[in-house]
Write a protein that binds this ligand. Structure first.
Ligand code: EPZ
Length: 432
């Protein structure tokens, strides 16, 4: 990994964005699809896999379990013919919580798994009790041993009925992968409906699984004897897409977003149109722009409230980015974060750029200062989506911003500086 903590982004803001940008494959789909290759021996082919810190970490983890892989452009071939370990070590899991996604496939393939507890992260405690309770329903016995989850099943996994308290995408994905070869039927109720879960359902069914209820909140898994390797394409990243839509709303200009799925962004699109952004959606692209305001400048941004919800509601992964936009609006907006207990780390950094935001419990009150209301400053990235929020603020701010610890950003955004430079932004990556 290139210098983890030594690089920064330098952005000279105030420039509208023009041109077109291609959306990469979804990080939060690529991770479960890569984990699913453990379920069946042979060579799996995954297309449209983004080259990110997190996908590199997952490939490193698969390799440590005995898999072999190679990347040719956006295509990754993963061969899991022989697995030599069922342990996901702490030094990998602590850098990426989604490593817990190997639990389900290892239990299905090997009947055993030893995975480090992920621990919390910047945005919250991120427990995995839903995962472990769900495995117990399938006949898994798990115990905590020196910070590791040691899970094993006496003989074959057996189907059962699982219900989550709140829809969790990775818990849904883990239990899907654990149940596809279990004996009998498994019902997963209050399942997450994120498109990334649907991408996994399609891959598993292509491998020979028998799963019904895709995109609904109740998944029915009819256990099968065995699975086989397959070829699958990672769906476009809806959070990357939304991030660029918000950047255009913040900076002005006109951008064509290519290879995206407009239908996956209905909640955000509704809010951005209320803010004043024009969105022309095609089958797999979107043209987004701000209509001319008076005196030829961008239109004033309306202040719009949002509440984050599980899909298809407003995504928590776009909350920080939308907050940056609301600091430029003309009135006051309320942003209510209902999924994670600590996902306002970007507020203090935005305040350094002149934003006026007050946190009241799980709500943030954003008093917009109008376009041009932010000024550049040195700021610190704290987590993936907070980093994206700071990039958007910097692009719209007057003057220069330096964003430190950009390794957070590079977990989930492929070639972001290059893509933004291609749209006319004055942005460069430099040694700290
Ligand atoms: C997925 O995480 C995404 N990551 C997250 O994206 C996203 O923010 C999150 O879903 C919510 O949409 C991937 O898909 C790899 P959770 P996931 O921790 O499924 C509660 C990004 O920026 N919960 O399950 O791991 C939890 O407290 C990342 O790309 C339990 O209580 O989300 C939260 O309220 C950040 N017990 C909710 O469920 C559990 O065992 C969802 O959180 C599991 C979850």
């Amino acid at each position: 990994m290139t210098g983890l903590t030594k690089d920064k982004l330098v952005i000279d803001g105030g420039v509208p964005l023009y041109g077109e940008v291609r959306i990469s494959g979804a990080k939060n789909a690529a991770l479960p699809l890569l984990a699913a290759t453990l379920l069946a021996p042979g060579e799996h082919v995954l297309h449209n896999v983004p080259d990110l810190r997190d996908t590199r970490t997952m490939l490193q983890l698969l390799e440590s379990l005995g898999a072999h892989w190679e990347r040719q452009g956006d295509t990754v071939r993963v061969n899991t013919e022989t697995l030599t370990s069922a342990e996901a070590p702490y030094d990998l899991v602590k850098t990426m919580r989604a490593s817990v996604l190997v639990l389900g496939p290892l239990l299905s393939r090997m009947g055993y798994a030893r995975v480090s507890l992920p621990g919390g992260c910047a945005i919250g405690a991120r427990p995995i009790d839903y995962h472990l309770k769900g495995f117990e329903v399938l006949g898994v016995h798990s115990a905590l041993d020196q910070g590791y989850v040691e899970a094993k099943v006496a003989d074959r996994l057996k189907g059962g009925c699982i219900r989550f308290g709140t829809p969790s995408p990775t818990a849904t994905e883990n239990l899907l992968m654990a149940s596809v070869c279990a004996a009998g039927e498994t019902r997963i109720e209050n399942a997450a409906r994120e498109p990334e879960v649907g991408n996994l359902v399609d891959m598993l069914n292509a491998m020979g699984a028998n799963i019904e209820g895709k995109d609904s909140n109740c998944l029915i898994v009819h256990g099968v004897e065995r699975l086989h390797a397959t070829t699958v394409s990672v769906i476009p990243d809806r959070i990357e897409t939304g991030t660029y839509m918000i950047a255009v709303a913040a900076c002005g200009g006109k951008v064509l977003l290519k290879d995206c799925v407009p239908d996956h962004l209905q909640a955000l699109s509704e809010k951005l149109q209320l803010c004043g952004l024009v969105i022309e959606a095609g089958a797999s692209d979107m043209l987004v722009y701000c209509p001319e305001g008076e005196r030829g400048s961008e239109c004033a941004l309306q202040s719009i409230d949002v509440v984050t919800q599980p899909y298809p509601g407003f995504p928590t992964d776009l909350q920080a980015q939308f907050m940056a936009l609301m600091t430029l609006s003309k009135d006051t907006a309320i942003i209510h974060e209902t999924i994670f207990e600590n996902r306002f780390m970007h507020v203090a950094e935005l305040a350094r750029m002149g934003a006026d935001i007050t946190i009241e419990g799980s709500r943030a009150v954003v008093r917009g200062s109008g376009r041009g209301g932010l000024s550049g400053a040195p700021v610190m990235a704290t987590d993936l989506r907070a980093s994206a929020s700071l990039v958007i603020a910097a692009l719209a701010a007057r003057g220069r911003t330096e964003i430190f610890r950009i390794y957070h950003l590079e977990r989930g955004y492929e070639k972001m500086a290059e893509k933004l430079r291609g749209l006319g932004a004055r942005i460069s990556r430099q040694r700290e």
